[in-house]
Write a protein that binds this ligand. Structure first.
Ligand SMILES: [Zn+2]
Length: 307
């Protein structure tokens, strides 16, 4: 069996015209899957956790190389009955391995960052053979990837498919960004997504965005893909945190120009705490107590209207 050639033909034709909208307990009861699987190409899958199990409804990425696959993030729910991530990943991997038999094929489980809604399913992989789960803390992440302070991208080789990783703290101290030359994806976690960008450390956040823009400009990036959709299709309008059904979502993917917009916006509001609304994202600089109160009120109002 010939190895997959991840060089010629890269990047593959984008296939991101997906209707991601799903969720709510009612729809799950009506037979909607608990994890939505999108096969982007033969070797790249995007998974979305249903809002039936978590309002966070994060996106996860499963990328195949010739010697191992990478699962980026493990979702917001630990319980395999509510969130059958291991079974879903195993079934996709069984299919891939049937077409590409590879003895001892590995699985690397890593995280965009260490927040609970990105690592909760780690335990489902604890006893999986040929599997390495990177720890969620910043020390484990630095040690695994070998980041140092010069910010030079680090190679993560899946077997001919070689990704590049950079350490991008600011939203959270263990946050990373990955570039995949096969798809052209820049995977940005919660640092950049069409949603609320919560900033824990603004100095680190703006420095990370500078490095992300520099990397994106130096590579053939097709799409910037984060971990959540929290905006509506209306400019500057988000679904309040906790929303269980989002019928009017914008696409998941953002452009390199939009990444540069996030960077410029973060620099512009860096010295001003509070929530700052832009067309395609909202920057939460610091604790933002008033903005969170407004979020709670909007969520409550929506619940009372049955949304
Ligand atoms: Zn987060």
């Amino acid at each position: 069996m010939a190895a997959v050639d991840f060089f010629s033909g890269a990047p593959v034709t984008p296939n991101l015209d997906v209707d991601w909208i799903h969720g709510s307990r009612r729809r799950a009861a009506a037979g909607e899957p608990l994890i939505r699987v999108h096969r982007h190409d033969d070797h790249s899958f995007i998974l979305r956790q249903s809002k039936a199990t978590s309002f966070e409804a994060p996106f996860l990425y499963l990328l195949f190389g010739n010697s191992r696959a990478l699962l980026l993030d493990t979702g917001a729910t630990a319980d395999a009955a509510q969130f059958p991530l291991r079974a879903t990943v195993d079934s996709i991997m069984t299919g891939w391995l049937a077409a590409h038999p590879t003895p001892g094929y590995g699985l690397l489980v890593a995280h965009t960052h260490g927040h609970g809604d990105h690592i909760a399913g780690d335990g489902q992989f604890a006893d999986r053979p040929d599997t390495e789960v990177v720890g969620a803390g910043v020390a484990a992440v630095r040690a695994f990837f070998g980041f140092d302070d010069d910010g030079v991208p680090v190679r993560v080789d899946l077997g001919v498919r070689a990704l590049e990783a950079i350490h991008t703290p600011g939203h959270q101290d263990a946050a990373i960004t990955l570039f995949d030359p096969w798809t052209g994806w820049l995977l940005t976690g919660d640092t950049v997504c069409p949603g609320r960008l919560y900033v824990e450390d603004m100095t680190a956040f703006t420095a990370s965005l500078d490095r992300m823009v520099a990397l994106a400009r130096a590579r053939r990036v097709s799409s910037v893909l984060g971990s959540h959709i929290e905006m509506t299709a209306r400019r500057g309008r988000d679904y309040p945190a906790g929303t269980l059904f989002q019928p009017d979502e914008p696409p998941l993917q953002m452009s390199v120009d939009q990444l540069a917009e996030v960077s410029a916006a973060a620099h512009a509001v860096a010295s001003r705490p509070g929530a700052h609304v832009f067309d395609h994202f909202i920057i939460f600089n610091g604790p933002c107590r008033a903005a969170f109160r407004r979020q709670r009120m909007r969520r409550l109002a929506n619940r009372m209207r049955g949304r």
